[in-house]
Write a protein that binds this ligand. Structure first.
Ligand code: 5GP
Ligand code: ZN
Length: 113
């Protein structure tokens, strides 16, 4: 997708520190952390909304969700963590490429990122 920041991170056109990568997705640190540890899991395939997903995309997202807890040490998830997927304007989605926020390292109020 042209002019998509996260597609440019995936393609490496824009440099950023990639903390994990497999065939399905990359994980980067959020530039403006909303918790002590704040990572973004970014599918390599571009789509904006859960509502846009095909059946294959749903399997892709399922694999991503299954992989995240296997990265417990790398992402420092040992005391618990929160996943957030902002969808659209009211939720404050600023990057129109679906991504999962991974927040950990502190007690969290019910105040989603
Ligand atoms: P959203 O608001 O769409 O749910 O989440 C987008 C996230 O991307 C925000 O938490 C924001 O801080 C992060 N972000 C925006 N630009 C950059 C960037 O250039 N690098 C990194 N690492 N994160 C970014
Ligand atoms: Zn994209």
């Amino acid at each position: 997708m042209e002019n998509c920041l996260f597609c440019k991170f995936v393609s490496k056109e824009f440099k950023t520190e990639i903390v994990f990568e497999n065939d399905d997705f990359i994980i980067i640190k959020d530039i403006a952390p909303k918790a002590k540890n704040h990572y973004l899991a970014i599918p390599k395939k571009h789509f904006k909304l859960l509502a846009d997903m095909t059946a294959d995309d749903a399997c892709l997202l399922g694999r991503i969700l299954k992989t995240i807890p296997t990265l417990c040490n790398l992402l420092r998830l040992e005391n618990g963590y929160r996943l957030v997927v902002n969808q659209g304007d009211d939720a404050g989605q600023t990057v129109p490429h679906l991504h999962v926020h991974i927040l950990s390292g502190q007690k969290m109020e019910w105040n989603p990122a």
